[in-house]
Design a protein around this ligand. Structure first.
Ligand SMILES: Nc1ncnc2c1ncn2[C@@H]1O[C@H](COP(=O)(O)OP(=O)(O)OP(=O)(O)O)[C@@H](O)[C@H]1O
Ligand SMILES: [Mg+2]
Length: 258
């Protein structure tokens, strides 16, 4: 490594560990996962007051790590950090190019990931505005997204529906469909990766997460992905004992009878 880069890298790590992002666990995580720009981004977000401490990993996914952070004021935030090296660059390019909101014409992997994070931020804002239960987005910078932490006041993250089936499946299902209807008819978005893995069970309320790939209805594959989303949800709720037809759910979500 260039000695200058290496020096900046170690300085940044030192600053982060000493000043704000100070837990032992973070130092371990940071040296393994975070590259220099990610560290710098986290440092800048910390300096701007968005997060004070990164407090342990919630999840390590295919492309992103989600951490629990603590804001200056003491409340928890969720910090999603996309790893540039393991991002599915082809998928991102395909989804972004079909979305008229984004004019990204790049083959630069980092730029694409940044656009992807920005897309997740915008999709969350759009869904929230339509009244959909999603985490409130707080800030997106480079490959880092800070959002509302979904969990209890002690800092335990809400489990996914896969990990914690609803106590009253009919009711949770009804709420979910209400939310998907708003997502479709008011936010004009299709989730695109919906299943019990991307729905949190927050005190029996279904909170929809992981909307980076969500697309506007104009996107050429939105219809196909809507069908897949419905199929996944119907299948997952069938396991909980809720039996519904895909056609009925589709008409309800889209407001159109076939
Ligand atoms: N706002 C949040 N509050 C609490 N926990 C969260 C929040 N967002 C995500 N999580 C946790 O992190 C996990 C992974 O988040 P998410 O689904 O957004 O990323 P991912 O599946 O790893 O993404 P990708 O597949 O693109 O790598 C979730 O299953 C959930 O447990
Ligand atoms: Mg997910």
């Amino acid at each position: 490594m260039d000695p200058k880069v290496s020096k900046a890298d170690s300085d940044l790590r030192k600053m982060l560990s000493e000043k704000r992002l100070k837990s032992v666990e973070d130092r371990r995580v940071s040296s393994e996962v975070f590259d220099r720009i990610t560290m710098k981004t986290l440092y800048q977000l910390a300096n701007a007051g968005y997060l004070d401490i990164l407090n342990g990993a919630i999840s390590t996914g295919k492309e992103a790590n989600v951490f629990k952070g603590v804001h200056e004021d003491g409340h928890f935030v969720a910090v999603k950090v996309y790893r540039i090296s393991t991002s599915d660059f082809k998928k991102m390019q395909y989804y972004i190019q079909g979305d008229p909101r984004f004019k990204v014409r790049t083959t630069n992997k980092r730029q694409l990931v940044h656009a992807w994070v920005n897309k997740e931020f915008r999709n969350l804002s759009r869904a929230l505005e339509a009244g959909v239960l999603v985490p409130k987005p707080i800030v997106a910078k480079n490959n880092v997204l800070v959002m509302e932490f979904i969990g209890d006041e002690k800092g335990n993250p809400a489990p996914t529906l896969r990990n914690k089936p609803p106590k009253c499946p009919e009711k949770t299902f009804e709420l979910l469909i209400e939310n998907l209807k708003k997502l479709h008819q008011e936010a004009h978005l299709v989730h695109g990766d919906l299943s019990g893995f991307n729905i949190l069970n927050h005190d029996e309320k279904p909170v929809i997460i992981d909307v980076s790939q969500s697309m506007v209805l104009d996107h050429p594959i939105s219809h196909e992905l809507l069908e897949r989303d419905i199929e996944n949800v119907v299948r997952d709720f069938k396991k909980f004992g809720v039996v519904v037809s895909r056609e009925d759910i589709k008409s309800e979500i889209t407001g159109q009878t076939q």
